[in-house]
Design a protein around this ligand. Sequence first.
Ligand SMILES: Cc1cc2nc3c(=O)[nH]c(=O)nc-3n(C[C@H](O)[C@H](O)[C@H](O)COP(=O)(O)OP(=O)(O)OC[C@H]3O[C@@H](n4cnc5c(N)ncnc54)[C@H](O)[C@@H]3O)c2cc1C
Length: 405
Amino acid sequence: MSDSICIVGGGLVGLSAAIALASQGRRVTLLEARPVAEIENATQPDELDARSIALSHSTLRIFQALGLWNDLQTQTAPIKHIHVSSAGHFGVTRLDAKSLQLDSMGAVIEYHVLIQQLLQAALQQESIEIISPALVESVALSDQGVNVSYERDGQEQQLQADLLVIAEGASSNLRESLGIDITTSDYHQSAVVANVRVNTPQMGVAYERFTPDGPMAMLPLIDSRYALVWTQPVAKVESLLALSDKDFLQQLQLHFGYRLGAFSEVGRRAKFDLKLSRASKLVAGRSVLIGNAANALHPVAGQGFNLALRDVGVLHDCLRDIDLTSEVLPSRLQRYQQLRKADQQQTVRLGDGLVSLFSNNLPLLNHLRSAALGILDLCPPLKTEFSWQGMGFGKGLSSLMRGQR
Ligand SMILES: Cc1cc2nc3c(=O)[nH]c(=O)nc-3n(C[C@H](O)[C@H](O)[C@H](O)COP(=O)(O)OP(=O)(O)OC[C@H]3O[C@@H](n4cnc5c(N)ncnc54)[C@H](O)[C@@H]3O)c2cc1C
């Protein structure tokens, strides 16, 4: 096989990369361990059950450039305002799309809706072949190409490609087998995720509230629902999950307050244990790590998928106009690694810094964070800069972010 790409992992990031790289006329084979039917039928038992993803403005631009946005838009709720506060303190920051001359700062979509749409878009592309269920067991890299061994229906199979894209998620095995180390730090926190209903109309406001136990986000969803991401120390999470719906809503009301009125309904609760993990490098020979396999972040700033999509945008640019069989490929991948360093570092620092600054109850830090939120709110240039960074426009624009393929 010549001039071909193999992507391992069909999560949000692997599927997005397949669509972006196929848009350059590349032949892409995507191997996913789960049966595709499981993803296609991933509707939840009821409409309140789903993890949700806040898509930053830069992600919306990339989806527009890839022709995905029209189908997605009807299933998303726009974020018109962001309200950041610290529980029990005065400092508040309000970020506003209008002041940036934008209709929205981003949008929120349920995870299962997003992955299904991406899968449908990938299945419709003739140049993308999805093989599933297929568990990749090992890869062998050479100067000429990549040999991928995978298991399908109990049979060992092989395929050759010119470029290997590893989108296996945070616990990637191939990363380790390629000798790429990761550094991991445990936040000792879990996120309790659930969708909730309130008794007031949804006005496109996303709330980020910092509490000594951890940050809490309330993101607007379609159908007047909100997606709750409630971070708690690991020791407190099981008791929160064990509460009846009524008691859970009571606790939520107590911690979040009444700025959205009364919470009236909650869907199934799920928990995610939170760790920061970062790969020591993104590239080995003819292979490249993307998504959670490269950087898995705390969800506090809603940046994991958005950062990965910016990676996909830059990878798309770095591969433009080259023959993947040529010797140029490894140097283009090195260039990709270099270009992504600043954005990845800045995004990781932002999320990690927010968790460290706000997840405690030290009196001095209480004053400091109230002051920080207050100053940010009163200083429009600082607020504008912060907003553009949060929307994914901090470091460099790929052509997909500029609306060009
Ligand atoms: C509670 C929570 C809230 C979040 N909110 C946001 C948000 O608002 N905004 C945002 O941008 N990000 C958010 N994120 C982060 C976002 O969900 C992740 O960054 C993103 O889903 C990572 O996708 P991925 O494709 O890299 O990895 P994964 O979703 O882990 O997918 C990896 C895929 O690879 C497959 N696979 C693994 N190994 C193999 C193998 N050997 N062979 C074949 N297939 C394999 C797996 O089956 C899986 O399908 C949130 C995360 C959490 C936990």
